[in-house]
Design a protein. Structure first.
Length: 163
C-alpha cells in the first residue's frame, strides 16, 4: 500500500504532488493561492489568501467562492471559472468581500486542474491584492480633478458685486 494512499494530491506534468507538500509551497507565497473544485467550493487556500479575506484556512475550506463575493461579481466569476475549463492565462480584476464586510480588490489569474483522464477538477487561482493601489489611484484622480477645478476657477474668476 502506498504511503500516500487516501491523501489528496494534485496531478501535474511531473506527476502527483501530495497536497501537504503543495500546501507548504503555497503557504510560502506572498500572493493568495486558492484552489477551487469543479463544484465551486474551496478545496485549499493558502495562509495569505485567508488573511486577505480576514478568515482562516480552516474557515475557508469547503466554502463556495460566491460566499466571498458581492452579487455584482457573481457573473464575472462564474464566467471566469467556466472559461478556466478550457484555457488558462486569463486575468480579471475582481472585488471580493472580506469577512468584516469590507471590499478586497484583486487581480486574479487561473489555471485549470485536469485529472489524468482529462476531467476538469477545478482551478488554481492566484490572487494579487490591488486594494491599496485602487485607493491611491482614486485619491490621485480626485486630487487632479480638484486641481483642474481650482485652475479653471483661477482662469475664470467669478466676481460678485452688490449694489
Amino acid at each position: 500500500m502506498s504511503k500516500n494512499a487516501g491523501t489528496k494530491s494534485l496531478s501535474t506534468s511531473v506527476g502527483h504532488v501530495p497536497m501537504d507538500r503543495l500546501g507548504k509551497i503555497f503557504d510560502g507565497m506572498f500572493d493568495g493561492v486558492w484552489l477551487v473544485g469543479a463544484d465551486g467550493r474551496t478545496t485549499y487556500a493558502n495562509a495569505s489568501m485567508a488573511e486577505l479575506l480576514g478568515s482562516t484556512q480552516a474557515q475557508m475550506s469547503g466554502r463556495r467562492v460566491t460566499d466571498f463575493l458581492d452579487q455584482e461579481s457573481w457573473a464575472a466569476v462564474d464566467g471566469f471559472l467556466d472559461r478556466q475549463q478550457s484555457s488558462s492565462g486569463e486575468r480579471i480584476e475582481l472585488r471580493l468581500r472580506r469577512t468584516d464586510g469590507s471590499d478586497l480588490f484583486g487581480l486574479v489569474a487561473g489555471s485549470p486542474i485536469i485529472t489524468q483522464d482529462g476531467t476538469f477538477a477545478g482551478v488554481v487561482l492566484n490572487f494579487s491584492d490591488v486594494t491599496r493601489k485602487r485607493r491611491v489611484d482614486a485619491q490621485i484622480a480626485q486630487s487632479q480633478g480638484w486641481r483642474r477645478s481650482a485652475s479653471s476657477r483661477a482662469r475664470y474668476p467669478t466676481t460678485s458685486t452688490t449694489c
